[in-house]
Design a protein around this ligand. Structure first.
Ligand SMILES: [Zn+2]
Length: 293
């Protein structure tokens, strides 16, 4: 099956009450881990690029690696651009073969968010590429990742705005987006204390939205809350921070245990790769997307 459309992937999740795991993947090692774990657990998977990883010529390396990885497995795979605030980047990715992009104008005013999201829809829907936008704002927290993270891994984007259920219908009608990221209590990055999702708000949002709903900042959200969110209509959950955290921690302990720094790259990264795959497995099971294909 390999590459499928964004709409097809999310509609199936909505219909069969699971959430598509979207992993932000920076290189072939992460892509390979994501598709192999998805294949092993019979789950669909979305491979997402973050803008910092696809600057300049890096986009070509990213997309060729991702298409190759997708074609090695039988489960459905979708290539997605995560958190772009840039129309030109959305168009470049759409033309390179991505199935979907996220335009993030959630920090702008309601009218500006509509205008920017609609501009992307108008530019790329004719290419058959789907668009996700965000209404309300999922902040990046204290150690935010996936979105708005600076080079030292810290963020000053701490201002969460919950999605207003009154605005959802108008936003979707005027933008014509294919999926909506909502803010119901998660934050990007690593949590200091567990988040508390606003499930009653999610129920309201689901009633007003006729497109699939997306949860950002899924890393670190407890299982019971995620299960509840999926039951009430979340069809895609984004994961990044827990992948990098698992990888970096395993690399650190491996490197600290050695005097010699000239070992083979594939040997040095073995434990980190295993740790990251184990997080991917855990998330797929948490999202109930296993055993679907
Ligand atoms: Zn996000």
């Amino acid at each position: 099956m390999a590459i499928v459309s964004f709409n097809e992937m999310l509609q199936d999740a909505d219909k069969r009450h699971y959430a598509v795991p979207m992993f932000d993947v920076s290189n072939l090692t992460m892509m390979r881990a994501a598709v192999e774990v998805a294949e092993e657990l019979h789950s669909p998977v979305m491979l997402a690029a973050i803008p910092v990883d696809i600057e300049g010529k890096s986009l070509d390396y990213w997309v060729h690696s991702a298409v190759y990885a997708a074609n090695q497995v039988k489960v459905p795979v979708c290539l997605h651009l995560d958190h772009s605030s840039n129309l030109e980047l959305c168009v470049r990715c759409a033309k390179k073969g991505f199935q979907s992009v996220m335009i993030d104008a959630s920090a702008d005013s309601f009218e500006q968010n509509i205008a920017k999201s609609r501009e992307v829809v108008d530019a790329i829907s004719k290419l058959g590429v789907a668009v996700e936008a965000e209404l309300g704002h999922v902040a990046s927290g204290i150690t935010g990742a996936e979105n708005g993270m600076s080079e030292n891994g810290h963020s000053d984007d701490c201002h969460t705005i919950f999605t207003d259920p009154e605005s959802v219908k108008e936003f979707i009608e005027r933008t014509q987006v294919n999926a909506l990221a909502v803010s119901i209590g998660t934050t990007h990055g690593v949590y200091i204390s567990a988040p508390k999702l606003n499930i009653p708000l999610l129920k309201e949002l689901k009633k007003s939205a006729d497109v699939p709903l997306v949860l950002h900042g899924g890393s670190g959200t407890p299982q019971d809350q995620l299960s509840e969110a999926i039951k009430e209509g979340i069809s895609k959950i984004n994961i990044y921070s827990e992948l990098t955290s698992a990888w970096n921690s395993a690399m650190k302990s491996f490197l600290n245990s050695r005097e010699e720094m000239t070992c083979y790259f594939s040997v040095a990264t073995k434990q980190a790769d295993a740790a990251m795959r184990s997080v991917m497995r855990e998330k797929i099971r948490m999202f109930n997307s296993d055993n679907k294909f």
